[in-house]
Ligand binder design. Structure first.
Ligand SMILES: [Zn+2]
Length: 232
């Protein structure tokens, strides 16, 4: 119902446009005789804008509709206003696209910034091995498992009782034979009461969550102690 109405209205529009164009062609070709003098430019401009202030009974309309000079001026003004409307629409579309692009860039920049903030955030962790066995050869399975986040970790390790002071190599490996090195760093012990502590940075950002081993090796001793480690 609605569709057919729309179709017929479109047919009517086309028919009216055709009549108008036929008439315009005839006027421009000088086939009509205008009555009265040409109205001023202001009136023609108002007419081109389809101003509601102009009464249909105004004799100047009748003149303009039949005068080749006024008609060509009218058509020119209509063409200009149409192209400026198109230009405005185009400018609006460009502005909208730019706005969308800016939003996309801003969102992406925000995500990147968030991602890099989380990635470069240093997580401070303390691993207390004070009560861990210090007898060489003791099975690491008997030791309490420690856990570290998959991040840039600033770890403070409280070394087991009776640990010697000095320089230590701290490493995170896949197994307890030192294979599959994930991160390593060296640091010197700092005495805290009777405890020996080492503080160092470990980059565990690329470590997948799972079981690993944390090892400490004294520079002179060379024997590595492995502790089960969970990266989370
Ligand atoms: Zn005229």
């Amino acid at each position: 119902m609605r569709l057919s109405w729309r179709r017929s209205s479109r047919t009517e529009d086309r028919f009216e446009t055709w009549i108008t164009q036929q008439h315009q062609r005839r006027v421009l070709a000088g086939g009509t005789t205008p009555s009265g003098p040409c109205p001023d430019e202001g009136f023609i401009q108002n007419l081109a804008r389809k101003s509601k202030n102009i009464a249909l009974s105004d004799p100047r309309i009748d003149h303009a509709a039949n005068c080749p000079k006024c008609m060509s001026r009218l058509l020119e003004l209509r063409r200009k206003s149409r192209s400026s409307r198109q230009r405005a629409a185009l400018a609006m579309a460009i502005a909208a696209c730019a706005l969308i692009a800016a939003a996309v860039v801003a969102i992406r920049y925000g995500i990147d910034r968030n991602a890099s903030t989380t990635n470069t955030a240093v997580v401070a962790q303390t691993v207390n091995l004070w009560d861990s066995g210090t007898v060489r050869g003791e099975q690491p399975g008997q030791l309490e498992s420690v856990s570290l986040p998959a991040a840039l970790v600033r770890v403070t390790i409280v070394l087991p009782r009776h640990s010697a002071p000095g320089q230590y190599l701290v490493a995170v490996t896949r197994d307890q034979n030192g294979n599959g090195l994930v991160a390593e760093a060296t640091a010197a012990t700092v005495a805290n009461g009777e405890q020996q502590e080492i503080t160092t940075g470990l980059d565990l950002r690329k470590a997948a969550a799972g079981p690993y081993f944390l090892s400490t090796t004294h520079e002179q001793d060379q024997a590595a102690y492995y502790y089960p480690l969970q990266v989370k």
